[in-house]
Design a protein around this ligand. Structure first.
Ligand code: NDP
Length: 248
């Protein structure tokens, strides 16, 4: 189905994993996609792949932690393709470690990207949606935004923040501004996310988890996003909790 024809989407963290797959799926469904991240070479490859399948994509060099970079990227997309209908707040990272290892830089990085980055892009895109009284915002939370796991304290704190913000945002902008908000909560997805784990114990734990079950693919999450985006305008799929079948 291609009922996203004519829609403009912005996907953050589109250079790999869930973001890249989601951008590709949105393009297949007819949307023109702004693909944003810091690794521009990877975005160029994704753009070429989307265009080979007849889609349209715009590469945006964006660091979600930097509000100026976010504002400039959003302006570039609006100027090039038009006002944004769909925002996928996906950029994030998960360097796991025990609190008593005091990897404080990694704690700050998770808060900066997973929470403040998501707020930066929301602040940059929402005014245009309010003005047009229409739009759809997807926020990438996690199973870690529903329950807490040992070793994931800070990551869980950031993803609980995303879940809470999504709920509050939906209450504030749904009725008043006709904007839909969907909070996505995936279980384990096979992506580069686990590469950022610097703690050897947790890295091994994640490798073991991967050997015990078939992880989701980024495309599985992209498909759920397209499903919610294609729902009739009066339907807000507020939450999607998507797990590998074998994940307890
Ligand atoms: P990846 O590591 O493959 O993707 C992370 C993306 O975030 C990359 O494209 C990276 O791009 C981008 N990113 C990181 N920092 C910044 C920044 N400062 N500015 C802009 N972009 C940034 O992992 P996933 O695809 O798995 O992760 C995507 C989201 O899904 C994350 O929010 C993650 O927490 C969430 N999630 C993942 C799960 C999993 O099991 N994989 C499960 C549940 C949720 P670049 O480095 O080029 O800037």
């Amino acid at each position: 189905m291609r009922n996203l024809d004519g829609k403009i989407a912005l996907v953050t963290g589109a250079s790999s994993g869930i973001g890249a797959a989601t951008a590709a799926r949105l393009a297949e469904a007819g949307a023109k996609v702004g693909i944003a991240a810091r690794r521009v070479r990877k975005l160029e490859d994704l753009k070429a792949s989307i265009e080979r399948k007849g889609g349209e994509a715009l590469v945006i060099d964006m660091d979600v932690v930097d509000p100026d970079s976010v504002q400039a990227g959003v302006a570039q997309l609006v100027d090039s393709l038009g006002p944004i209908d769909i925002l996928v707040n996906n950029a994030g990272l998960m360097p796991l470690s025990d609190i008593d290892r005091f990897k404080v830089d990694e704690w700050h990085r998770m808060v900066d990207v997973n929470v403040k980055g998501l707020l930066n892009t929301t602040a940059a895109v929402l005014p245009g949606m309010i003005e047009r009284h229409s739009g759809h915002i997807f926020n990438m939370s996690s199973i870690a935004g529903r329950k807490v796991f040992k070793g994931l304290s800070v990551y869980c704190a950031t993803k609980h923040a995303v879940t809470a913000f999504s709920d509050g945002l939906r209450m504030e902008v749904g009725q008043k501004h006709n904007i839909r908000v969907t909070c996505i909560q995936p279980g384990a997805v096979a992506t580069e996310l686990y590469d950022h784990i610097t703690d050897p114990g947790y890295r091994q734990q994640m490798d073991e988890l991967a050997s015990q079950m078939t992880f989701l693919k980024g495309e599985d999450i992209g498909d759920t996003i397209v499903f919610a985006a294609q729902a009739p305008a009066h339907v807000d799929v507020a939450e999607l909790f998507v797990l590998p079948t074998e994940q307890g």
